[in-house]
Design a protein around this ligand. Structure first.
Ligand SMILES: [Mg+2]
Length: 253
């Protein structure tokens, strides 16, 4: 569900906007990886696809489509298994409350599927809180002649025609183009974040994950985080003017 009107995250005239990936960033486990590794073609083939995308040999759209195609489990069963297995970053809930108190909208930009994100966020963060959050993502659709809850019944429905499936820069750029605008942050962990990595003022990349290596290779400024308490400290310091986004972009340090 997107909010009505142009540039929804500007409606409260915030000092900052926090764009973020969902899987593996807000959650500890990536739900698409979990489905692929446990219900689909397994971790080895998935890692190969991820590496091909990071190295620029294949698009995220191609490798992600293959991952999802390998999962034949009915959609409702997938959601059930994810609710049992996926955990929230231990500091996200507090960060979310802090953002709300400080008028910093959180915009979730995800390569995952909308119903899974909503189900997990409602379960982990709370239904009322999720209604406040703008979530832009891919979606799910039934395969011809089937229902999504049939065996081999669902397919991923991509957000746009880009090679990313969901080009996260599409949502960020209209804000970036404004003459006067809020400070923009992005947090992510992996291959689904490549389309967003260069678009904001400060990028948080999860320690030990693929996005760190990618940013170093592409010389994209970033700072690492272990959980959302690290992010909250830095966002607070930047918004309060204690440090600049350039000073905050310390890479792995
Ligand atoms: Mg992710």
């Amino acid at each position: 569900m997107s909010l009505p009107g142009p540039l929804p995250a500007l409606r409260s005239q915030p000092k900052a906007i926090f764009f973020t990936d969902f899987d593996g960033t807000i959650t500890l486990q990536d739900s698409n990886d979990f489905m692929t590794d446990n219900l689909g073609f397994g971790v080895e083939m998935r890692r190969k696809g991820n590496k091909d995308t990071l190295d620029g040999r294949r698009t995220f759209r191609e490798t992600f489509q293959e991952m999802m195609d390998s999962v034949k489990t009915p959609f409702d069963v997938c959601v059930e298994k994810l609710l049992e297995n996926v955990q929230l970053d231990p500091a996200f809930k507090e960060f979310q409350l802090w953002c709300k108190a400080n008028n910093i909208p959180i915009v979730v930009l995800s390569g995952g599927m909308q119903p899974i994100i909503r189900a997990l966020l409602s379960h982990l963060v709370g239904e009322a809180e999720v209604l406040d959050m703008q979530i832009v993502s891919n979606d799910v659709r039934p395969r011809p002649g089937k229902s999504i809850n049939d065996e081999d019944g669902w397919d991923i429905k991509f957000h746009d025609d880009s090679e990313h499936g969901h080009d996260k820069s599409l949502e960020i750029r209209p804000y970036a183009a404004l003459a006067e605008r809020p400070i923009m942050f992005y947090a992510g962990d992996g291959v689904s974040d490549l389309s967003a990595a260069k678009e904001t003022d400060l990028l948080f990349a999860k320690a030990g994950r693929d996005l760190v290596v990618y940013c170093e290779k592409e010389k994209i400024p970033f700072t690492v985080f272990h959980d959302f308490s690290d992010i909250q400290k830095v966002v607070a310091d930047v918004v309060d003017g204690k440090i600049s986004v350039q000073e905050a972009a310390t890479g792995r340090n």
